[in-house]
Design a protein. Structure first.
Ligand code: SAH
Length: 375
């Protein structure tokens, strides 16, 4: 701990009366799904049929569930698949290969997800909270405050919807599958630990119990909530962990990422290293490059030293050109300064790749998600 401790309320809504999302099939474990189906007066095997429609065929539409009698499917879908997400608006960029969706939740809360198609993979950036309580100075979501945590099903529904879109060939390049999921949309995933972990379980469970994704293709990005990072290391699910560091010194980091006054740079890096030791997964360090703020060569050197103090080969750096947020005094680093920063990190032996800024013109890039409606 360094500096003055801040009091962060990570659990309760900061504005607006908000309800609890209705329970959904996806919130339930496979055993609970069987119970739920029998409680509605149907045979246990119907649970597996529903799971196959949802997780294998990415459908929650009773019209497609033709292996169930019509009355049965209508009853089960009505009882177990409440509509959680309504697509209010979609925006595309990069010739249609980046798609941002603004979702309205059942209570009017709003979140966004961003689907990006690359040559050999497809990545969906999902939201785990409506708004965010961590107030990082340079992040649009951070300026909104926290509305509420999303439920497991509200998060998984973003993934199902994207998978459906890709399967239906709605993204140029022909029908395909979703390969990667990153918790880099709105919210701090580790501040909604339980629902996020349940989401990860649904994503990696083999079909038809879950989506059958590979844990290594799922990235959980955190501002550095150390106890939750330590807990994640013990879950036995080797997701990729990304730590949003943005500065190697406490003085600056506490300004940019207020939670640093609670868990310092050293504590966050130690915890990230523990995650590597526990899981064997190389950790990503995210670093939004802000002109004349955190992009000095000496900070690159300091970062390289701090990372190497813990060991070699355990970490990868991901500088991100700052995506400007309206009203913010910060801008992206000069490209030459960025290059020098990257070169210094590499000289320290740290593998470093600059993150692309896909979707920035539709406010769909890192740190730009604010779920604002302009009509
Ligand atoms: N709360 C999590 C995940 C959300 S954002 C976290 O902080 O890691 C995903 C990444 O985008 C984080 O590294 C975040 O720091 C970064 N980011 C936020 N605002 C940004 C901006 N304006 N430009 C570039 N990256 C930004």
């Amino acid at each position: 701990m360094t500096g003055t401790p801040v009091r962060l309320d990570l659990s309760s809504p900061s504005r607006g009366p908000r309800g609890k999302p209705p329970k959904h099939f996806v919130d339930l474990t496979p055993e609970q799904r069987i119970d739920a189906v029998t409680e509605l007066g149907e045979k246990p095997f119907r649970a597996k049929q529903l799971a196959t429609h949802y997780f294998t065929h990415l459908s929650n539409d009773p019209a497609t569930m033709t292996d169930l009698p019509k009355a049965t499917r209508d009853k089960l879908v009505e009882g177990l698949f409440p509509r959680l997400l309504t697509a209010h608006k979609t925006m595309t960029a990069d010739n249609g290969t980046t798609v941002k969706t603004l979702w309205h939740l059942f209570d009017g809360a709003k979140v966004e997800s961003v689907l990006m198609r690359y040559k050999n993979r497809t990545t969906l950036c999902i939201s785990s909270q409506a708004g965010c309580g961590l107030a990082c100075a340079f992040c649009a979501t951070g300026q909104m405050g926290l509305t509420r945590n999303l439920s497991t099903a509200e998060i998984v529904e973003q993934v199902r919807a994207a998978g459906r879109m890709l399967a239906d060939g709605e993204v140029p390049g022909g029908p395909t599958r979703l390969t990667n999921v990153v918790f880099m949309g709105m919210g701090e995933p580790l501040a909604n630990y339980k629902s996020v972990m349940e989401t990860v379980r649904r994503l990696v469970a083999p079909t038809p119990d879950g989506l059958g994704m590979s844990a290594r293709n799922i990235t959980v990005s955190t501002v550095g909530m150390v106890p939750a990072m330590n807990k994640l290391a013990g879950e036995g699910i080797p997701v990729t962990l990304a730590l949003s560091l943005h500065a190697p010194d406490d003085e600056l980091r506490s300004e940019l990422v207020p939670v640093n006054t609670r868990w310092s740079v050293a504590e966050a890096i130690d915890s990230a290293h523990r995650y590597f030791v526990a899981t064997g997964r190389r950790v990503s360090i995210e670093y939004a490059m802000m002109r004349d703020i955190n992009d000095q060569a000496w900070r690159a050197d300091l970062l390289g030293e701090l990372l190497n103090q813990r060991g070699r080969g355990w970490v990868h750096c991901n500088p991100i050109p700052l995506n400007p947020v309206p009203g913010s005094k910060w801008t992206a680093s000069d490209p030459q300064v960025e290059q020098e920063f990257v070169a210094r990190l590499r000289a320290h032996g740290i593998p470093t790749t600059v993150r692309d800024t896909r979707g920035s013109e539709i406010d769909g890039a890192c740190g730009q998600l604010a779920a604002e409606e302009d009509e």
